[in-house]
Design a binder for this molecule. Structure first.
Ligand code: DAH
Length: 356
């Protein structure tokens, strides 16, 4: 054997030994699957060093081919197995670390998510909706920023009517758009007109929402408040239908033994019109502080739709008749629960709101 045939001196064999040492170090030093993959590519990838060595074997002199080829292939087999084993180990370790990081202590007490309750005003609106939906009504909505036409004119309200005055109505400065007839609606009645413009009778609709008036807040006034409007238009609707409907509503809302009375009144958009009272929820009609000794509480305004209003929306007044009503939601809440001041409803004091 010549000296360059001994393992250590043979350049091919030395390279194999070097690669093996390097591979062992790379395997031991790989801290992650990604490191290990990098080592694999360096050695066994398409341009890897061991790959290159294996490809070079065919060019070796025949006497070297066998030995170097055998050793190189042994190294390859060993490396593949070692990569797999080390890979397995690293993956297991990584999974362990992942699981530890994501560990959930199921014995910890749950985190308390405080959840709110509906605001009393919303609850009352939903209660009113439920009662009327039960009678076949649907719920409609209209804009809070409204045109004079819908809020007043088409509701048969003349231009000189006091409710149109600057002291009573919030007008919106829309002068830039050339309009001077934009306002915050003073009631939900304009939704009547909008619904009728869009619908042919028969129709049975309620429209809950906010209304605004230029009022100084006190125990019974708030510049923003809520109303629910009602409108029924059909063939042969009479005042009797209105009375029966509102009586049913009052009893569902305030209790089965409530009496209802109609007092003649005036509204521009209904004829005849009435204010409607229920027997006092506190004293039952005897007379007390809440009903100011009268035994009655006013809950809403109502009447038969004025034919002039039908004229604005092009309804045939020979064929159709209807009734309308409007109620204040805060007022109903206050009567139902004996709340002495409307401002409690808007102060957002949870000690108050959480009671309902
Ligand atoms: N819109 C009236 C108000 O705000 C309430 C009202 C009265 C509505 C009579 C009606 C009605 O629909 O028929 O004071």
């Amino acid at each position: 054997m010549t000296s360059d045939e001994t393992r250590g001196d043979d350049p091919g064999m030395r390279e194999i030994e070097l690669l093996r040492e390097e591979a062992e170090a790379a395997l031991a030093g790989a801290g992650s699957s990604a490191d290990l993959e990098e080592a694999r590519v360096n050695l066994l990838g398409r341009k890897g060093r061991l790959t290159a060595l294996l490809q070079g074997i065919k060019d070796l002199p025949p006497d070297k081919k066998r030995m170097v080829g055998m050793q190189a292939n042994l190294l390859k087999d060993w490396l593949e197995k070692a990569l797999e084993e080390r890979g397995e180990e690293l993956r297991r370790r990584e999974l362990d670390a992942e699981l530890r990081a994501e560990k959930v202590d199921v014995t910890l007490p749950g985190r308390h998510l405080p959840f709110g309750t509906r605001h009393l005003v919303s609850a009352i609106i939903e209660e009113i909706e439920d009662i009327f939906i039960g009678m076949g009504y649907r719920v409609a909505e209209g804009p809070e920023v409204e045109l004079d036409y819908y809020n007043f004119e088409a509701l048969n309200t003349p231009h000189w009517h006091p409710s149109k005055s600057l002291q009573d109505t919030f007008y919106v400065d829309a002068s830039a758009s050339g309009r001077e007839d934009v306002l915050l609606r003073t009631h939900t009645s304009p939704v009547q007109i909008r619904v009728m413009e869009a619908t042919t009778p028969p129709l049975y609709v309620i429209a809950p929402g906010k209304a605004y008036r230029h009022d100084v807040p006190d125990a019974t006034h708030s510049p923003m408040f809520h109303q629910v409007e009602g409108l029924a238009v059909d063939e042969g609707i009479t005042l009797g239908d209105l009375k029966g409907t509102l009586e049913h509503f009052a009893r569902r809302m305030f209790g089965e033994d409530r009496a209802v009375r109609f007092r003649p009144h005036f509204f521009p958009f209904t004829e005849p019109s009435a204010e409607v009272d229920v027997s006092c929820v506190i004293c039952g009609g005897e007379g007390c502080r809440v009903c100011k000794g009268t035994g009655w509480l006013e809950i809403l305004g109502a009447g038969m739709v004025d034919p002039n209003v039908f004229g604005y929306v092009g309804y045939d007044t020979e064929k159709f008749s209807g009734f309308a009503f409007g109620m204040g939601v805060e007022r109903i809440a206050m009567l139902k629960y004996g709340i002495p001041d409307i401002r409690y409803l808007f102060d957002n004091d949870l000690r108050f709101l959480a009671q309902f």
